[in-house]
Design a protein around this ligand. Structure first.
Ligand code: WT7
Length: 654
């Protein structure tokens, strides 16, 4: 860090009352974990999670890195999120405040959510879905979506939610890889005033082949518009649940039973099915919701993520419910009907904890600059007490705006670093303890042994950048990659790192404070608007357009709004196009990528070349492509390049 940044101490009232109150309390927890790692996690697992059969052993590391937590304990995640709250007298408390795209609000109490969950659970059982089966959920933000996840958990089926923005091809790949027995979807999704298909995409995905394991598709009615239904396979959810009892005995599963699979991008073309456990995952979901957000009985919590991403799993479907909280489930988008939507909803629902992504903040800053009426100052945001950020680094300017204009200067911002694989927060401020520095995710969550090392696993001193690792296992860690344990080991526990978990990010600790700042991925993974994407995945999508594309290389370049932007360099099977022809082909390729993966993966820039910069041994020199994508002059050594002239050609804009 070159310039001195401002610091923000916790508000005194919060520091006095928070679940983790003051820095000394934070340090005491870290010390407890340091002295007795398994004792610490065992204590919390007993305090926060209700077990059917208590565990006797906290950690089994005999098959490291395939760690097992609370192995001989049994529990049910849905019991913990629903029944338990009702037993504690919260049956009539609002669990979910659903706001539809068009603004209609529906409140669901804990008792109602349990009844709905049980009916879906019984419905699934009536179709033969049982413990250990996989269920793919392809649905937008909805009470049904949350209830469907809870219903799977209730019967011990492993859910795999696929974000509604993924294409038929991506959905097909995930259905095939999970071997799902059922798919839960809706007729349509409604976002930004537009009706978009879901069921039709499920049909297309199954039609692509390889989905023979799917016996039933359950369709929730959202738009009410007509959709094709395949006899014998497709059923309306309303018909499946009608007449089903509103109670359902939970299936008590072992702590290691896979609660869900969630696909994420890595450095190869094939997304990985990250497998999470029930016990350890639920513990960290509940614990981080309690400590990082300081969730209290009267809070209105709003995490704006979609349930298709891990943030929506941990901080919508599980964490807040495990604590008996009240939360918002929002169907729409931040810019509809205008870019004041978030601020209006915070005002209307008196949201007290608000958790969103830097990319959303940056786009709303832009919107407020061009249209003052959507500036947060026009809304009453006085209910807010804690703000959160997730998914990518938050630049200090956006941090300051968020703090000042949204938080009124009163609310700590918890900049939470974590990943699909980590299940919950790893490095984050605690709002009543940590002094904040904009742009830094500050310090590890108590019990998380985050560290920065070099390529061989040696600690690097503060002030010097390196590779982010986690030295000891933790309860909510990824258990394996579904169907590919070898890839799990290779990706996260490479032998040269002495058994440390490799996050895939670079980081640096401040020389004075020891605060962590994430410097970005060290692998071929991009982060576009907080969405994670592999460059190889996009490259394979491009080259799968076989009639046009001979070769493609994808890199990221910094972007003011989306964090990173996708930049593709493409060699066609025909002479290099220019002008209008280049534009038309670029559009065609973008659409092709949209079809192969989903709109989020469409490259922002596509540049055509006669070939790509390669070494004499044929390796594409991506660092040169990254420089070109950024518009930088090439100052690097190009002497190993086979074809130096290509650099000039690619540097020209098409
Ligand atoms: C990658 C994980 C975390 C849930 C949503 C994304 C980046 C995430 C931060 C942050 C800097 C961050 C990292 C990480 N990232 N949070 N607070 N500061 N970078 O989960 O899709 O698995 O992506 O997102 O690069 O590795 P994901």
């Amino acid at each position: 860090m070159t310039e001195e940044l401002k610091t923000y101490a916790p508000p005194p009232a919060l520091a006095a009352t928070a679940h983790v109150s003051g820095m000394a309390a934070y340090e005491a927890l870290c010390q407890e974990a340091e002295n007795d790692h398994t004792g610490y996690w065992g204590r919390l697992a007993r305090e926060l999670v209700s077990w059917k059969k208590p565990f006797t052993k906290v950690l089994n590391d005999s098959e490291a890195p395939f760690f097992k937590w609370f192995e001989d304990g049994t529990l049910n995640a849905s019991y913990n999120c629903l029944d338990r709250n009702i037993e504690r007298g919260l049956g009539d408390k609002t669990a979910l405040i659903f706001e539809a795209d068009g603004g209609e609000v529906t409140k669901t109490t804990y008792a109602e959510l349990l009844a709905k969950t049980c009916q879906i659970a019984n419905g699934l059982k009536s179709l033969g879905v049982a413990k250990g089966d996989r269920v793919v959920i392809y649905i937008s933000m909805s009470v049904d979506g949350v209830a469907a996840m809870q219903a799977c958990a209730r019967i011990g089926a492993t859910h795999s939610v696929v974000f509604g923005g993924f294409s038929a091809q991506s959905l097909r790949d995930r259905i095939e890889d999970t071997g799902a027995k059922a798919v839960i979807t809706a007729d349509h999704q409604i976002r930004g005033g537009k009706q978009l298909p879901l069921k039709a995409i499920v049909d297309e995905a199954i039609g692509l082949g390889g989905c023979d394991t799917v016996k039933n598709v359950l369709v929730v009615k959202r738009s009410g518009a007509e959709v094709a239904m395949t006899a014998g396979r497709d059923l309306w959810m309303a018909d499946v649940v009608s007449g089903q009892p509103t109670t359902c005995e939970p299936e008590w599963v072992e702590a290691e039973h896979p609660l869900f699979l969630l696909y994420t991008s890595g450095s190869t073309g094939k997304p990985k099915g990250v497998q999470h456990s029930t016990g350890g995952y639920l513990l960290h979901a509940a614990l981080t919701t309690k400590w990082t957000f300081d969730l209290r009985a009267d809070d209105i919590f709003w995490c704006t993520a979609d349930i298709g991403w891990v943030t929506g799993h941990t901080y919508i479907a599980y964490g807040p419910l495990a604590l008996g909280g009240t939360e918002i489930v929002f169907e729409g988008v931040p810019t509809y009907p205008d870019a004041g939507r978030f601020w209006k909803m915070i005002q209307d629902h008196k949201v007290s904890i608000f958790y969103t992504a830097p990319t959303a903040i940056r786009s709303l800053i832009k919107a407020a600059e061009t249209n003052d009426t959507v500036h947060p100052k026009h809304y009453d945001l006085s209910s807010l007490r804690i703000l959160g950020s997730v998914g990518e680094p938050i630049n200090p300017a956006a941090w300051e705006w968020y703090h000042h204009h949204v938080g009124g200067g009163r609310c700590p911002i918890v900049d939470t670093f974590w990943q699909t694989e980590t299940g919950g927060h790893m490095i984050t401020p605690l709002p009543g303890a940590t002094t904040l520095v904009p742009g830094s995710c500050t310090l590890p969550f108590p019990g998380i042994s985050a560290a920065i090392v070099d390529e061989t696993g040696n600690d690097v001193p503060n002030g010097q950048g390196g590779i982010l690792v986690v030295k000891k296992p933790w309860p909510s860690m990824i258990r394996t990659i579904w169907g590919d344990p070898a890839r799990f080991k290779k990706s996260y526990y490479p032998s040269e790192l002495r058994g440390y978990y490799l996050a895939g990010d670079g980081a640096i600790r401040d020389a004075k404070t020891g605060y962590f700042t994430i410097t970005g991925r060290i692998d071929d993974v991009l982060n576009v608007s907080g969405h994670r994407m592999g460059t190889m995945e996009i490259e394979s999508a491009l080259v799968s357009c076989t009639e046009l594309v001979a070769e493609a290389a994808v890199v990221g370049r910094p972007d003011d709004t989306t964090g990173e932007a996708i930049c593709a360099f493409v060699v066609l099977k025909r002479p290099r196009p220019t002008g209008e022809e280049a534009k038309a082909i670029a559009k065609q390729l973008r659409d092709h990528v949209g079809k192969e993966i989903g709109p989020i993966a469409k490259p922002k820039d596509i540049r055509f070349g006669d070939n790509l910069p390669k070494t004499r041994s044929g390796k594409i020199m991506r660092r040169l492509l990254r420089a070109i994508a950024k518009g930088e002059a090439i100052t690097q050594d190009t002497s190993t390049l086979e074809n130096p002239a290509i650099l000039d050609q690619l540097s020209q804009n098409n």
